[in-house]
Design a protein around this ligand. Structure first.
Ligand code: ATP
Ligand code: MG
Length: 260
């Protein structure tokens, strides 16, 4: 069962190497001269205002958008040499048609297969059940996708991602639609997965508390405002450069950092 997904050994301690990356959409420059290295096993929160280029950055790493300048390697390899199951991705906007008559178990198994599963084998069902249980959603296995709440659907997507045992997980605002308890649970699950599999996680978020607890923060506003440990990047100066003002989120950050 696992042979198709067994992975060759890691070829690099650097999971993501971004070398002077720029992205241009016709006349609009979405990213300019991003230059950083992300070590394997890091948890990186990506922060920045709307339109800062956060989703674009992840989409470039996925090979969905070509850079206009610069190069990228993942685990020391060019993108085209990366086995698809090394990468797990949860997009910002789900394209799922809610009227499509499908069950949660099928969505989870579609993460293992390249096509929608017409029939689920018993061993696959067991894997899906396990993946759903990992995200506290075991009870959703036979539920119709169209009837799930936003937060429940998000958990099913997370199970679909983790069942592939990815080395690099990229999540675009995964907390959207999840209540506060569910959000804390999700971060805990991601951390556990990361620790157990030495996975690297890149998470776009507007959640400052999550960012403060991650190993690194990438602060973007078209340019790379800062990249490093949260205490170094979430400074008043960097926040002003990224957001134009520091505002409420900044006040909260300082409250947390002084409480710590
Ligand atoms: N395919 C595209 N063609 C043209 N412009 C694009 C395209 N994709 C994104 N953009 C533009 O690039 C900029 C960055 O977009 P992006 O989606 O990366 O922002 P973001 O930081 O993820 O914002 P948000 O917080 O709102 O999700 C925006 O101005 C957007 O309109
Ligand atoms: Mg976005």
């Amino acid at each position: 069962m696992t042979s198709a997904l067994s992975s060759p050994p890691l070829s690099s301690a650097i999971a993501v190497n971004v070398n002077h990356l720029s992205v241009q959409f016709e006349t609009h420059q979405a990213l300019e001269d991003i230059h950083l290295q992300i070590e394997s096993g890091s948890f990186v929160s990506i922060l920045g205002p709307n339109g800062a280029g956060k989703s674009t950055f992840i989409r470039v790493l996925l090979g969905l958008i070509s850079p206009s300048r610069g190069t990228i390697t993942l685990f020391g390899q060019p993108l085209e040499r990366i086995p698809p199951h090394w990468i797990g991705y949860i997009p910002q906007v789900k394209t799922l048609d809610r009227s499509f008559p499908a069950l949660a178990v099928e969505l989870v198994i579609s993460g293992l297969r390249r096509q929608w599963p017409a029939r689920i084998r018993p061993a696959e069902r067991e894997l899906a059940q396990h993946a759903l249980a990992q995200v506290d959603a075991g009870h959703l296995v036979d539920r119709s996708l169209g009837k799930l709440s936003g937060g429940e659907l998000q958990r099913v997507y997370l199970a679909r991602t983790l069942i592939r045992k990815p080395r690099l997980i990229m999540l675009d605002e995964p907390a959207t639609g999840i209540d506060l308890v569910g959000e804390a649970d999700m971060y805990r699950l991601l951390e556990t997965y990361q620790r157990e599999h030495h996975a690297t996680t890149l998470m776009i978020t507007h959640d400052w508390e999550a960012a403060y607890h991650s190993s690194h923060v990438l602060l973007l506003n078209r340019r790379q405002i800062g990249f490093g440990p949260p205490q170094q990047v979430l400074t008043e100066e960097c926040l002003r450069r990224a957001f134009g003002h520091t505002g409420h989120a900044h006040a909260m950050f300082w409250r947390m950092s002084t409480d710590a």
